[in-house]
Design a protein around this ligand. Structure first.
Ligand code: NAD
Ligand code: MN
Length: 365
């Protein structure tokens, strides 16, 4: 019997709403596992409300409090009364960098029954995955305001990026290893190394060196502007796409929008060394524009729960969730962002009822 301890950080806005739905799905699987595995959840009420009361986004010893859990399940942060850079740096980035979750895996999945803006003959069979460097690059936090002290109207701000050879190498290797587990075995590296001539040229050189260790994996290298167009025009050429912190962040929103909505995209912030727990969260933010209405799409968060179970060694259960999600969208149970009329809860209920049906089928055969 396996027992897992989850640190749950719902955060703000729809983060809280979708996390509840993911946990409902996990509870359902736990109950039908006949004691094979169980979960224990510890809640951490960190986020913008916590900040307004305590002056910080998480407890002082927050990382200590969560670093011995088996996984972290995260909603989203950000609410209009707290500056976005404060909420993001104070919680999500603090955890990713503090627990060395250096690989952010963001699959782009096309779901049956979900309208996509992409007019592609092979749409239903497209899927690729973004591998995002998650601890350095453009999110180095190094810089400053009013550098020259020249005052209002003449301010100069500096924002620096850090690219370390080790940081580049580990994420690029991770992308190659992931590609080896997939059908086509292809890695696409994305930079803007024509304009960013130090860090991103280093990235390119590391990519070329590492690729020699993977002769069985096809490679190509793109500049990010051209890659944005490629996402739209020839997504069938993509399989594993590796890029820096900022570039992969932008491309992942594009990918999920092409698949129909930000609300369906799942992600895993991995510490592949397994020294610290990994963190699982949907790609979207706290969506203040729809928060509190019960209409947020729960699929991104539920898909992230599937990535979490996979990371904990429950591959079959993870696959069951993904199957149930597809059955649910196919049936037309959809939230408004993907063209439907259903509530957050109705979509989750649909997913849970498909899980039960799949379970029953497995028991019969
Ligand atoms: P967002 O992802 O919150 O929302 C963008 C748009 O997509 C909105 O119109 C929203 O309604 C829609 N959307 C997003 N998720 C949805 C879902 N599950 N179902 C239906 N519609 C959905 O991005 P934003 O508006 O740029 O940012 C809002 C806040 O979230 C900001 O404070 C930002 O800093 C924060 N943010 C946090 C994270 C994170 O915690 N990882 C990520 C991105 C943005
Ligand atoms: Mn983002």
């Amino acid at each position: 019997k396996q027992h897992f301890r989850l640190a749950v950080i719902p955060g703000d806005g729809i983060g809280k709403e979708v996390i509840d739905e993911g946990l409902r799905v996990i509870n359902h699987l736990e109950k039908s596992s006949n004691g094979k595995f169980s979960f224990e959840t510890d809640y951490f009420p960190w986020g913008c409300e916590y900040y307004l009361e305590n002056g910080k986004m998480m407890a002082e010893d927050g990382l200590e409090q969560i670093k011995n859990h088996d996984a972290i399940y995260f909603g989203a942060v950000g609410f209009p009364n707290v500056p976005d850079h404060v909420s993001l740096w104070g919680l999500r980035i603090a955890i990713c960098q503090g627990l060395d979750q250096w690989a952010n895996i963001r699959p782009v999945e096309f779901l049956p029954g979900v309208e996509s803006p992409l007019n592609h003959p092979d749409r239903d069979h497209l899927n690729w995955v973004l591998v995002r460097e998650n601890t350095e690059g453009e999110y180095s936090g190094i810089g400053g305001r009013n550098f020259t002290g020249r005052g209002p109207g003449k301010e100069v701000a500096v924002q620096s990026s850090i690219f370390t050879e080790e940081g580049c190498e580990r994420i690029i290797r991770h992308a190659f290893e992931l590609a080896r587990t997939r059908k086509r075995k292809k890695v696409t590296s994305v930079t803007k190394s024509n304009a960013q001539q130090y860090g991103m040229v280093l990235w390119d050189e590391v990519f070329e060196r590492v690729s020699k260790d993977y002769p069985d994996v096809e490679t190509d290298q793109w500049l990010v502007d051209a890659m944005a167009a490629q996402f739209v025009l020839h997504p069938e050429d993509l399989e594993v796409v590796v890029a820096s912190n900022l570039l992969a962040d932008i491309l992942s929103d594009l990918g999920s929008a092409l698949a129909g909505s930000l609300g369906i995209a799942a992600s895993a912030n991995l510490n592949p060394d397994r020294k610290y727990p990994s963190m699982f969260e949907s790609v979207h933010g706290s969506a203040p524009d729809i928060a509190g209405q019960g209409i947020a799409n729960p699929i991104g968060a539920i898909g992230s729960a599937a990535l979490m179970l996979e990371n904990l060694g429950l591959q079959n259960e993870a696959e069951l969730i993904n199957k149930a999600i597809r059955e649910t969208t196919k049936e037309g149970l959809l939230t408004a962002d993907i063209g439907g009329k259903n509530s957050t809860k109705e979509v989750t209920d649909g997913i849970i009822s498909h899980l039960s049906k799949i379970h029953d089928k497995i028991k019969i055969t």
